[in-house]
Design a protein around this ligand. Structure first.
Ligand SMILES: [Zn+2]
Length: 177
C-alpha cells in the first residue's frame, strides 16, 4: 500500500531544530491509513536526518545527492536512535554505495549486529523520485521486518509511505519453510 504522507519537505528546514510550530505538511496530516506507527513529528525528524546526510553526498559522477535515515528499535545498547548515511560514488561505478547501505553499516558499527530497523526515510537533494533500489531493499530486510515503513519522495515531490513488504514482495531468504 502506498500512502502519500505529505508534500515535499522544504530544504530550508535542514539544520534547524524541530519546533512545535513547524508548518510542514507532515504535521498537518494524520492518516489512519498510514502504514506506519510513527507520528508525523517522528517522520519529519527522520526525514531531516536524511536531508542532513545528503548534504555530505560524495556524488561527483551522477551529482545525485541521496540521504537515508534509519530509526532503530530500542534495545539494550541504544534507545531508538536514528542513524543516517549518504551515497558514496566511485570512479568504478559498480563500487558505489547507496545511502541506505551506508546508514545500515554505520548503525551496525555503532550499535552492533543485533540492531533492528523500525523505519527508513530516503531523500535526495535533486527533487527526484527516489525509492530504495533492489539491493537496498534486500539489505534493509536483513535488519527489518516486512512491515517496516519506508518513506521516499515521489516524482511529484510528495513523500510516499509504504512498507518493505510492498517494495520487496519476493525477498531472498536462506530460511526455507
Ligand atoms: Zn540502493
Amino acid at each position: 500500500m502506498l500512502v502519500i504522507v505529505s508534500a515535499q519537505f522544504p530544504a530550508t528546514r535542514v539544520g534547524k531544530t524541530l519546533a512545535t510550530t513547524c508548518l510542514c505538511v507532515a504535521h498537518k496530516v494524520r492518516s489512519s491509513s498510514m502504514p506506519s506507527a510513527l507520528t508525523p513529528d517522528e517522520i519529519a525528524i527522520l526525514h531531516d536526518h536524511a536531508i542532513e546526510a545528503a548534504q555530505n553526498s560524495y556524488s561527483p559522477y551522477s551529482h545525485f545527492r541521496v540521504g537515508a535515515a534509519i530509526l532503530l528499535h530500542p534495545d539494550d545498547r541504544q534507545s531508538g536512535k536514528i542513524v543516517a548515511g549518504t551515497n558514496v560514488e566511485n570512479a568504478s561505478y559498480r563500487l558505489t554505495s547507496c545511502a541506505e547501505q551506508a546508514a545500515i553499516a554505520a548503525a551496525v558499527t555503532l550499535y552492533g549486529p543485533a540492531i533492528r530497523i523500525q523505519a527508513v526515510a530516503v531523500v535526495n537533494l535533486n527533487g527526484s523520485a527516489c525509492m530504495p533500489c533492489g539491493a537496498c531493499r534486500q539489505t534493509i530486510l536483513e535488519f527489518a521486518s516486512p512491515e517496516t515503513p519506508i518513506f521516499y519522495p515521489s516524482a511529484t515531490g510528495d513523500t510516499i509511505s509504504t512498507t518493505l513488504a510492498d517494495l520487496l514482495p519476493a525477498a531472498f531468504s536462506l530460511i526455507h519453510k
